[in-house]
Structures are given as C-alpha cells and as structure tokens.
Design a binder for this molecule. Sequence first.
Ligand code: NCD
Length: 312
Amino acid sequence: MQVLSRLKGKSLVEPEDFSLDEMDGLFELSENIERNDKYLRESCRGKLLAALFFEPSTRTRLSFEAAMLRLGGSCLGFAEPGSSSASKGESLADTIRMAASYADAIVMRNPKEGAALLASRYSSIPVINAGDGGHHHPTQTLTDLLTIKRLLGKIGNLTVGFCGDLKFGRTVHSLAKALARYENIKLIFISPAELTLPEYIKNNFKKQNAQFDERENLEKSMPELDVLYMTRVQKERFFNEDDYIRLKDTYVLDSDKMASGREKLVVLHPLPRVNEISVEVDSDRRAAYFIQAKYGMYVRMALLASILGVIC
Ligand code: NCD
C-alpha cells in the first residue's frame, strides 16, 4: 500500500486521475478497514472535510461524512446551494477559495459539467468530485469497482452491461471509462436511441481499443452478462418533461428478466432507484446494490485517509 503515499494532496476530478495501482491500493485499504473497524480510527483527528453539495445527495454525502467521522475527523459544509452565498451570486471560484482556507479537503457536487475541474484549479487543498452535472462521478466508480472486486474476485475478463440513461448518467460515464482500462472487458450499452452514450465517451473507447456494443433490448442481453449496471432516467437533466415521462419506464428489471441472467450475475445500481428495478428483485441473491452503497463508505474512508496523507 506504499503506492497510496502518492495520493497525498491529490484531487480526484475524473476516473483516470488515479492509476490502476493506486486504485488497487485503495481497494486493499478499504478491505482492511471493512475487516477491522478500529483500523485508521482517529487517524484524521483534527482534520476537516468541507462537503459542498449544490445538488441533492443521500449516499454520497452521508457516506463521505460517515467516512470522515469514522476516521476521527470532522465535517462542515452545506447540503443545498440555497443556504450558501451561491444564492447571492457568489462565483464557484470564490466559494472554493473560502472553503480551502477553512478545511483540509473539499468534496463537491455541482450541476455544472467541469465544475470540479475548475474548483481544483482554485483550491489549495484536494478537491474530490462527487458529481459534476451529467459528466463524471469518480468516487461512485471506486465504489462500483470495489463491489465488483469483492463479489467476483476480479475486475478483468468480464462482460458488463449498462442499462438506462446512458446519456446523462455520470456514474455510467465514469465506470465505463474506468473499466475500459482493465484486461479483456466487454461493455454492452443498453438504452433507447435518445439516451445513448455521448460521443466523447465513445471516442475515448475507440482510442483505448475497448470492446463495446450498443443495443436497445435488455432481455436478450441478460444471458451474456457478468455484471448488470442499472440506472435511473435522470429527470433533472431533461429539457422537456414529456420526453422524461415517455422514457422513464423504458426498462424495468423484474424477476422474469432475472430468470434469464447467469447464476453469478451481479446487479449493481448507484441508487436512488425509481422504477427501473422492481422491489421483488431485492431479495434475489444477485442484487448487490445495497451492499454496494456500504462499500462506498469504506472506499471513501480509504480515499480520505490517502489524500489527507495519514497513512504514510
Ligand atoms: C448517482 C448520481 O448522483 O449521479 N447517485 C449516487 O451518487 N449514488 C446516480 C443517480 O442520481 O441516479
């Protein structure tokens, strides 16, 4: 885990900001923390995390706060922009300069694509991107990869299906980009024609020589998959409510569809779920989305301890 000393003081804006070795180090550290809940406890005593959430969040914000508190550190911040000076017209650059003068690390979610990159340029402390519009969400990717590793024992040699809103789903963009860096990964993208992956993500796969395929039918793809990553249609990113209503229930994963999935299939979802996974699937042993959310806390503990430099 020596490799994690390289992360001290680093920001995480996009999924490729960390090397595969560094991510492996984070997964190993997460597993140690999960096994022994005293591990690293109190290591961040006296450190402050500023959590700046300009968009709604349940898991990401709470798991970051839980992670920091479990490490013995403290949190400050806001859960909605209305309670910050952004509502008075303050620029993001100025808000970030202030947070950087009070805290030791910043985690930020913002509706604008590129906001985290901008923040990292104005900040004197590490900035963690907790979602920038429909662009990226790299700590959800750490969560997703750790879950795959824990449940399947590996990240390479897998066929991974993504289903739902692939156009606006930032977790899809980040995870697909990250998976394409591993050996022998086949990516299958299942969406209606209006919600396919953005071209800039596909162009990246072409550069990486990644194997990928785009389809509309979930049922027919089920038997091929090692991992199925379901996503919600991102209502807040639509310009037109009629389009959202027309597309929102395009895919519903239910017991009938699960019946054609492999025995060792892992079903992931970044959550929140709306209608795209029916509740009857929750009791299927292949449904892993709630444990996935818990792994998110461990990997965020590993991430915070690394960037705050308390493990070297
Ligand atoms: C995701 C997000 O915010 O992009 N949620 C999360 O962080 N776990 C997915 C979503 O909102 O649909």
